[in-house]
Write a protein that binds this ligand. Structure first.
Ligand code: BDR
Ligand code: CA
Length: 315
């Protein structure tokens, strides 16, 4: 089993990532931490708690993190996920509050207490992850790896240049990528995998998947109702047949590392340019000669991803 901490901003696809992590026997979900991103922190935290209730795991610790990015003001994606972050199913109050500790402290405690190196998965803006790396430098070498959903080698989705998670908190992303490596261990650096839009735009579900899930169980209907909204949004906004389940790909990659094709490359984050802020400047052809600091996803075996995801979501 791969022990993980999932730092997220649920969010439809974050919710499905949590559900996949809980359902797959290859993953041990040690803790969930939340960050402001898709919607405000109170909503992302409530949603994480609610999803864990839905899958019968109210025992998994949850702590809330940063309510805003390191430097910039918070911008949300409520237009895509709804004001509560989980438009579709009827809102429901979680059975418990989050722990009374900060996300970064729950992360540090979990990493320290674990009997083997923990993988940190981030599916929202990287604000909490940056805090962990800067506030707990001695823990960096205790992490197995960091896997993030974010960035793009080519075009962005929130601006022409930038993907949403990186665009929201580019300064945090800059810190994380400066700590990344794409080789055997380097002290003070951590193997980093970037699952960006080249991968996740191939990882989409459609109305048909919603129908397969609906009515099979409470959680199946919950995902179907999430997809009703999320697929509908992508059909209307982009004219796509389905919705990319971006964040679930991070978990799928850990379950089956043959699903996503990756290449080691140097990635730097643009933090200044008004036009290109949040861009992941990925040196695909090694024109800079700079040392690779991340394994960057370039594609995914979609049929096998869908098969895995549906197998775990179907009761
Ligand atoms: C990312 O942005 C968010 O809206 C999604 O949850 C995902 O993490 C995709 O760009
Ligand atoms: Ca997310």
């Amino acid at each position: 089993m791969t022990p993980i901490i999932l730092d997220c901003d649920p969010g439809h696809d974050d919710a499905i990532a949590i559900m996949l992590a809980v359902a797959d026997p290859a993953i041990e979900l040690l803790a969930v931490t939340t960050v402001a991103g898709n919607v405000t922190l109170n909503h992302t935290t409530r949603n994480a708690l609610r999803v864990l209730d839905m899958v019968g795991r109210p025992d998994i610790p949850v702590a809330a993190g940063r309510p805003a990015p390191l430097v910039r003001d918070l911008s949300t994606a409520a237009v895509m996920h709804g004001e509560t972050g989980l438009a579709g199913p009827l809102p429901q109050e979680p059975s418990r509050p989050a722990l009374d500790v900060a996300a970064v402290d729950l992360m540090a405690h979990t990493i320290t207490a674990a009997t083997e190196p923990v993988t940190l998965v981030a599916t929202g803006p990287l604000s909490n992850v940056a805090d962990l790396l800067t506030q707990h430098p001695l823990l960096v070498d205790q992490l197995a790896q960091i896997v993030i959903m974010g960035g793009a080698v080519d075009l962005g989705n929130w601006t022409p240049a930038a993907e949403f998670n990186i665009w929201v908190d580019p300064h945090a992303a800059d810190i994380v990528f400066r700590h990344g490596c794409a080789a055997d261990r380097i002290p003070g650096r951590v193997p980093l995998t970037m699952i960006g839009l080249e991968v996740t735009h191939q990882a989409w579900l459609t109305d048909e998947h919603a129908e397969l899930l609906r009515g099979r169980s409470a959680s199946g209907t919950f995902v179907a109702e999430l997809l009703d909204h999320f697929v509908g949004f992508h059909q209307e906004r982009f004219g796509w047949e389905g919705a990319p389940i971006h964040d679930a790909v991070t978990i799928a990659h850990l379950i089956d590392p043959t699903l996503v094709q990756t290449l080691a490359m140097n990635v730097q984050i643009e933090v200044d340019s008004p036009l290109c802020v949040g861009r992941t400047v990925a040196d695909r052809w090694n024109v800079t000669g700079l040392e690779p600091n991340a394994f960057v996803g370039l594609g995914i075996d979609r049929p096998r991803f869908i098969e895995l995801l549906m197998k775990r979501l179907l009761p």
